[in-house]
Design a protein around this ligand. Sequence first.
Ligand SMILES: [Zn+2]
Length: 437
Amino acid sequence: MNELYIECKYIISGSKCEKLIKNGAILIEDNKILEVDKASSVKKLLAGHDKLIRTNHTAIPSLINAHTHLPETLLRGICDSEKLVNWLYDYIWLFEMKMTKEDAYYGALLGCLELIESGTAGIIDQYFYVESIEQAIRESGIRALLCPSVFDNTPESGSLDNTWKSVSKFLNTRCSSKENNVRYGIGPHAPYTVPKEYLYKILDLSSKYSIPIHIHLSETKQEVEENEEKFGMSPIEYIHDLGLTKERILGAHCVHTNKKDWEIMKTTDFTVLHNPQSNLKMTSGIAPVYKYIEQGIKVAVGTDGNASNNDLAMIEELSTTAMLQKYFSNDPKVMQNETVLYLGTISGLKTIGIESSGISKGSVADITLLGLDKSHSWPQNDPLSNIIYSSSSSDVTDLIVNGKIVYLDGKHQFLDKEKIIEKCSSISSKILTEMKK
Ligand SMILES: [Zn+2]
């Protein structure tokens, strides 16, 4: 049995991140939290557990990055100042067309390093080369909901039809297994890139295995206008009309939505994957997240890929989420601190498909520890406020995923950081050189 005792100055506990325990402790057995309370009470239960004494730290439920394209780490910093169309055609897709399966594997490993160092226990990913990503995730010890992209003209399979064949073959071999750390969905890129007949096939596969559909929706105004012109309805109405919302929908972005869309999002199993920094950088707009929350529409937060963000840092994404919605609603009362942390942690884990009540008795043991030694953590008038607005990803010292330590006092337990960084630097510069030829 895997047994672990963690002692912390503060623990953000409760199924809505609503409870603060001072001088607390967490007892873990296998992958579950057996007890969480004041350290003085938990200590009585302690017998032979490994100990992590972190008395100058805060424990939070682990962060979950709800929308990534993991191998895009290789594209970090290649283009920051182009309009979406030029950005895609002249940089991103040109680079991706030269990416091999092995390149994607190393890119995904670099993503895992970054996720772990910033306290993130899991991702919801959509990309090609899914087997490379799967391998990297398994080696890293973190979780993922992997949704292979269905998209035309990928470097992996070429045409849309070939991509569909390889994606459905992959999912047919994986979907019957019930693993804890790696789960599967299907990722039609967007309604404007995947024709109707393939969306129907995707729906059938999703129904067959009860797996979610992870799709980009209503990211830009132009996309919504074109959809209205072509089909007489918004992208969300369109996928609803095709029947896709019979299954679980993970809708990335949902920036430009209307009241009819909200009705669909409310009455179906729909989760918005909100990526504020990517939306700001690509000038796509601001998603009305405070309205989604008001209406009970589910929301989880992600970063989007490194090509558009350019990092996977969830704590910074959460402060952006909060500040942006306060500005957008013109109401500083929206986005209470508990809600913000919930969106980046427990909500993400539930979206992966794992029931969680955060750092609470009986819940799955995904825990992130942040050190309090930096000046920005003092004074500690409100430890939760400090996490959202003052802390940074570099405060993360330890990460526990499914009861296992994957990052201990700033050291990776399963990944060779130096080798991965070296490999990714050379892959990235090799591709950039080829692109210039
Ligand atoms: Zn995306």
